[in-house]
Design a protein around this ligand. Structure first.
Ligand code: AMP
Length: 140
């Protein structure tokens, strides 16, 4: 399987489509999922063009894990979460829908199930508010 440079996250990296950015460094970008499975659901992607865990370098994967670790801690504080679910899918058979590697970081409240994937398109206002909260927690 080859990397498609026209996947939606590649377009976000190139600034061709907008995102609710919460964090960026030399190797990674983190932004909110627009169809969140929980309030504050974020995605962490490498800047390197990798389809998934099967073609990313170990170093680039480690950069993604490091950023996911940072986002998880901030998300717990920002959303007063009881827990955090981290997920990462590989190939269609592995549950992947967008073919640029990404880690999901989902704040969880006790007893509240995740929404089904891509079931609810969140409003811009809620996404803006949640991005602001997460950015504040990341800088705090
Ligand atoms: P998956 O490949 O199964 O891990 O899922 C891809 C994820 O990307 C889903 O949770 C979608 O809601 C999310 N998604 C798709 N398009 C966008 C977008 N333009 N901005 C943010 N998240 C997106």
């Amino acid at each position: 399987m080859t990397y498609d440079t026209n996947n939606i996250f590649a377009k976000i990296l190139r600034g061709e489509i907008p995102c609710y950015k919460v964090y960026e460094d030399d190797h990674t970008l983190a932004f909110l999922d627009i169809m969140p499975r929980s309030p504050g659901h974020a995605l962490v992607i490498p800047k390197a063009p990798a389809r998934n865990i099967l073609d990313i370098s170990a170093d680039d994967f480690a950069h993604v894990a490091r950023t996911a670790h940072k986002i998880a801690g901030a998300a717990k504080r920002a959303f007063n979460a009881d827990g955090i679910t981290v997920q990462q899918f590989n190939e269609q058979a592995g549950g992947q829908a967008v073919f640029h590697l990404h880690m999901h970081v989902m704040p969880r409240s006790a007893g509240v199930a995740l929404l089904p994937p891509m079931s609810n398109k969140e409003s811009p206002k809620v996404l803006e508010d949640n991005a602001t909260r997460l950015i504040a927690a990341l800088s705090g």
